[in-house]
Design a protein around this ligand. Structure first.
Ligand code: AMP
Ligand code: ZN
Length: 117
């Protein structure tokens, strides 16, 4: 069922506390933790506690929680004292999505090229 934890999902395991993560913020509906393979001095993932395969499915199925995720990206940037940063939701294999639990990357702490690769 939409939103239910998935046994084979890495980020559901982090939500459940079965896999460790360096958590920087938590709310009732979201968790933010450091990416294990950082691509910038600050690289934090913001995820909903509920399982949706990507941000589009989250926005369609639980729009209030999608808004919570967006609000948390700003909170993370504030905590990290980033005045400029980028929020990325890789969606689909061709865009580099490898974990099928919606997540936003918050990237900052260095110059970020535009357009991205
Ligand atoms: P994406 O490629 O957009 O699906 O992003 C998945 C991200 O999850 C990648 O940047 C990985 O480095 C990151 N990642 C994978 N496993 C872990 C983990 N155990 N803890 C933190 N980040 C992870
Ligand atoms: Zn999941």
């Amino acid at each position: 069922m939409a939103g239910e934890p998935q046994d084979d999902c890495l980020f559901c395991k982090i939500v459940a506390g079965h896999i460790p993560a360096t958590i920087v913020r938590e709310t009732d509906t979201t968790i933010a933790f450091r990416d294990i393979n950082p691509q910038a001095p600050t690289h934090i993932l913001v995820i909903p506690r509920v399982h949706y395969r990507d941000v589009a499915a989250l926005a369609a199925g639980a729009p209030q929680i999608a808004a919570d995720v967006l609000r948390e990206t700003q909170a993370v940037a504030d905590e990290e004292k980033l005045d400029s940063y980028r929020v990325v939701f890789n969606t689909g294999t061709g865009a580099g999505q490898t974990v099928w639990h919606a997540h936003g990357h918050v990237l900052g702490g260095r110059g970020l090229e535009w357009p991205p690769g």
